[in-house]
Design a protein around this ligand. Sequence first.
Ligand code: URA
Length: 203
Amino acid sequence: MTKTESLRALEDELARDEGLPLRESNLVFGEGSPDAAVMFIGEAPGFYENQLKRPFVGRAGQLLDKLILGLGWKREDVYITNIVKRRPLENRDPLPEEIAAYAPYLARQIDIIAPKVVAPLGRFAMNYFLPAAKISRDQGKLFRVGGRYVYPLFHTAAALRSTQTLKELTEAFQKLPAVIAKREELAAPVAESAPPVQQSSLF
Ligand code: URA
């Protein structure tokens, strides 16, 4: 099976899974290049995402597009999804059990795409990979979690509310090409006896 076929099969399985919460909302599986070097992972779809069944198409998405274009990349070159694949009503935060229910699908989606770097946006997505991390302290740092390189970033929605957050997000975003290219040097190698999460000391 090609990556595209595997992603389609995973999306079909997700759509049919009646045990998942939030089934009153539309499924927003994710989109982009199956060969993306970077996979951006948000929290959950919002109003416009639910309407269009596409991730990051509202104001937070427009800022994400702008940051991606600012690197000379195109939106189609990356892959964009969320931890929770359906919109919680009234845009409330996703519940831990909702995150847990969708987590196995996200893990398989990441395995299929096998990006060089995973960039969780905001604390919910970051804490999925790094439960003890703090977004204001750890955004813009590269972590190695299991076999994956994880580069947490502020959520674009938070950057729309604070100029300081926007500045820090923009700075961290601009480092993405270097983070991808130098990920093996930037994230300390994980020794067998070491804890599974290590943080780069170079940032
Ligand atoms: N915020 C998110 O976390 N995800 C989206 O898809 C849109 C806004």
